[in-house]
Design a protein around this ligand. Structure first.
Ligand SMILES: NC(=O)c1ccc[n+]([C@@H]2O[C@H](COP(=O)([O-])OP(=O)(O)OC[C@H]3O[C@@H](n4cnc5c(N)ncnc54)[C@H](OP(=O)(O)O)[C@@H]3O)[C@@H](O)[C@H]2O)c1
Length: 262
């Protein structure tokens, strides 16, 4: 009987050690490597790792097409962060656009849409949807360029995202959907009571996505990698909900998205 009890105790001890070892391994994997079941690397950490490996992203050449609410807000904030901005406009010499160039500083300039799109490796398209196709055609050869698309509209059919259409028009460019699901006031200041708003981004090319993530972090957003460009429809739907809440439901523009996790 005593021998049987000893054997049972021995097996209980082994079981106990196994359970604790598994727990510690899992804790270690989750805490130090950011790896947990079914989620190889935390999406946010993944983007931060990409950003840190490319310190040259601190000072990028960026062409911003469209000098309205979004173009002027992002242009001024990115210039403040050390980026060199070329604004693309239908009226680059107008008093309004020249005032924006002056306010931006840090070597900013303005050109027509074609010249601006050729001027930098990274382009932000901040124009109305109805003008997007013509402007992309006007841009000429955009192969290898990163295009950040922040455009929203309320289309009749929703089977394909605006971003995927832009990728078809801009042959060979790396299209990233970002900066579309929040208002331009939030782009000017994305921090609510010490909490960073989330910026969801998606695209098929990791390096291009890293550049867009870096620019969102410069503004003060917490970046969430939503996946490939086939996720753009979700980001565009989120924007429609934001617009619905802000204007139809009269919440106003001082609202934003925050992804929580536990
Ligand atoms: N407003 C927001 O809070 C917000 C937030 C997220 C996303 N978005 C999206 O971002 C894009 C820009 O929004 P926005 O609020 O900045 O618009 P906006 O103030 O109307 O400015 C759009 C700019 O696009 C340029 N443009 C080129 N072709 C045009 C045309 N045919 N008609 C009108 N403008 C033309 C204009 O710049 P030039 O006159 O210099 O050519 C104009 O200033 C839109 O697609 C919008 O859905 C807006």
């Amino acid at each position: 009987m005593q021998v049987f009890q000893k054997i049972c105790r021995f097996f209980l001890l082994i079981l106990n050690i196994t359970i604790h070892t598994c727990f510690l391994c899992d804790y270690f994997r989750q805490s130090f490597l950011g790896i947990s079941e079914g989620l190889p690397i935390h999406p946010m950490e993944k983007l931060i790792v990409i950003r840190e490996s490319f310190p040259e992203r601190r000072h990028m050449d960026i062409s911003i097409i469209g000098t309205g609410n979004v173009g002027s807000t992002l242009g001024k904030r990115w210039a403040e962060s050390g980026h060199k901005i070329t604004y693309g406009s239908r009226e680059p010499q107008s008093e309004r656009v020249q005032k924006l160039v002056k306010e931006s500083g840090n070597g900013a300039s303005a050109a027509n849409n074609h010249d601006a799109m050729q001027a930098s490796p990274l382009i932000l398209l901040a124009v109305p949807w109805k003008a997007a196709e013509d402007i992309i055609k006007e841009g000429g050869d955009l192969k290898g360029k990163v295009i950040i698309d922040c455009i929203n509209t309320f289309p009749d059919e929703l089977s394909q995202s605006l971003a995927e259409k832009i990728a078809e028009w801009a042959v060979g460019a790396h299209v990233i959907k970002a900066f579309n699901m929040t208002g331009s006031d939030n782009m000017a200041d994305p921090v609510y009571g010490g909490q960073k708003l989330s910026m969801f981004i998606c695209g098929d090319e990791e390096d291009a996505k890293g550049q867009a993530a870096s620019l969102a972090e410069d503004l003060g957003f917490e970046v969430i990698d939503a996946g490939g460009l086939d996720s753009a429809l979700y980001l565009e739907s989120l924007a429609r909900l934001w617009i619905h809440l802000a204007y139809n439901r009269k919440f106003g523009k001082r609202i934003g998205w925050k992804l929580l996790e536990r």
